[in-house]
Ligand binder design. Structure first.
Ligand code: DLL
Length: 442
């Protein structure tokens, strides 16, 4: 089922015409209402009237996360506070939080976009939908919530945490849909097994998972463990929140972008140069309808590629590949670029390992030392008895290290730990623990 056939299966020509019209309006709105945007346009010698084709977007300057921080909290709003009805923001683990705002119309659009997304993932009006994304400043909880209601499904607003209660509610309310970060879903699955519940036997048929990078191997594992379709959803607060793009149930092959609201580009992260379809680079988004918080050429820091071919589901919207990782999460291990998702792909091929891991970076003299911490499953632990001095663990470590080297092209230090030694996530998993600054200040 396509929620909004007229838009989602529109001809490319028509979509492009709508995009151009909306791009012009957005640029004008930003220029006239946001001093930062005016200054940035003026500095580049660009006027809103210079945008006459979609290609002209390349004349416009980029926006970055630091622009949000420098204009904290409301400096980039293009609407008056009396017209703002909601604020969201990031947790601000890397400096000040970033704040975004929405008008009533923005919330309406977002709700429709998420309703389309849930439908795209296999959801239907009438579904009971268990929403385990965190409610609060984070866009996940409320973003999904409004979409579920807009679709005409039943929102169960559980938020994250209190896992055993979540499981009781899943058993009692019989949801068809489930949403959470993939790392939190792993946590739910683990807890179900502890409670003696078979995760394959719940009522859940599809999961809408995102907000953090996750590998194809992780998808396979979640689909197998829960006997569901695991659908990837993408979004970011600066651009709107969840629903910027989503995979379809039919193909699970690339994420359909809500192109009537967001214009995507891929650029070379080093030079800022536009890259052709199919090539991997940094995703850049321009919002086309947002009133409160228009973003123009916003550099997401996320690595993906764009694919314009029509999908077998019937949607004509352009698709983006799954996110490989963030530009700033890329590890450079002895000159080789490695993303945590690539490490995940290797680890998850070993059935003896639980799907929880962390990359710990330490400073060793002038060099960085990368350690991959993983843990064995409880089942494997009971098979081998003891972890210390275990020949089996030593052999396993060797095999995994070799597989890592083959896949990543560089050897890494591996720490195979006992079950439950890695912190479980209730939201976005922390994959990289960087202890380098601690070493300097110690
Ligand atoms: O994570 C919005 C969201 C909520 C998306 C629920 C999907 C589901 P932020 O907290 O602003 O917003 O974080 C945005 O998370 O730039 C990506 O780096 C990462 N991210 C989001 N979705 C995916 C995904 C929400 N499907 C940042 N795959 C983005 C990989 C993702 N990374």
């Amino acid at each position: 089922m396509i929620f909004n056939v007229e838009v989602e299966a529109m001809s490319r020509e028509k979509m492009k015409a709508i995009q151009l019209e909306r791009l012009k309006q957005t640029v004008k709105r930003a220029y006239e209402n946001v001093p930062f945007q005016k200054a940035s346009f003026d500095k580049s010698g660009i006027k809103p009237e210079d945008i006459q084709s979609l290609e002209d977007i390349q004349k416009l300057p980029f926006m970055k996360k630091s622009d949000l921080r420098e204009n904290y909290p409301f400096g980039l709003f293009a609407a008056e506070m009396k017209d703002i009805v909601r604020i969201h923001g990031s947790s601000g683990t890397k400096g000040k939080p970033t704040v975004v705002g929405y008008t009533k119309k923005d919330i309406e659009n977002w709700s429709e976009i998420v309703a389309r997304a849930i439908c795209c993932a296999g959801g239907r009006p009438g579904d009971v939908f268990h929403n385990a994304y965190g409610y609060g400043l984070f866009t996940g909880g409320l973003g999904l919530h409004y979409g579920i209601e807009y679709l005409g499904a039943v929102a169960v607003p559980v938020s994250g945490g209190n896992t055993s209660r979540q499981i009781t509610l899943i058993q009692d309310f019989q949801p068809r849909g489930l949403s959470a970060t993939p790392s939190y879903v792993l946590n739910i699955v683990e807890e179900m097994k502890k409670m003696g519940i078979n995760p394959r036997e719940t009522s859940v048929e599809y999961g809408i998972f995102g907000a953090e990078p996750w590998s194809e191997e992780m998808r396979e594992q979640l689909e197998e463990e829960l006997n569901i379709k695991a659908i990837d959803i993408y979004g970011l607060s600066e651009v709107m929140g969840p629903g910027v793009s989503i995979e379809c149930w039919e193909a699970q092959d690339g994420l359909h972008i809500a192109e009537d609201h967001f214009l995507a580009e891929i650029i070379d992260p080093k030079t800022g140069e536009l890259l052709p379809y199919g090539e991997e680079g940094e995703l850049v988004f321009t919002s086309l309808t947002k009133e409160a918080f228009p973003v123009i050429r916003y550099r997401t820091g996320d690595i993906a590629s764009l694919h314009p071919e029509t999908c077998k589901c019937g949607r004509t919207t352009i698709r983006m590949s799954r996110i490989k990782g963030r530009v700033d999460d890329m590890l450079i291990i002895r000159g080789v670029n490695v993303f945590p998702t690539e490490i995940e792909s290797v680890l998850l091929t070993f059935k003896q390992l639980a799907p929880h891991y962390q990359v710990v970076i330490e400073r060793e003299g002038a060099l960085d030392r990368f350690e991959i911490h993983c843990e064995i499953t409880s089942e494997y632990m009971s098979q081998i008895g003891n972890l210390a001095d275990s020949q089996e663990i030593a052999d396993l470590s060797k095999v995994i290290s070799r597989a890592m080297k083959d896949m990543l092209g560089v050897s890494v230090v591996l720490r195979v730990n006992k079950p439950h030694s890695i912190a479980r996530s209730e939201g976005k998993a922390i994959r990289i623990v960087d202890n380098r600054s601690k070493a300097v200040t110690a």
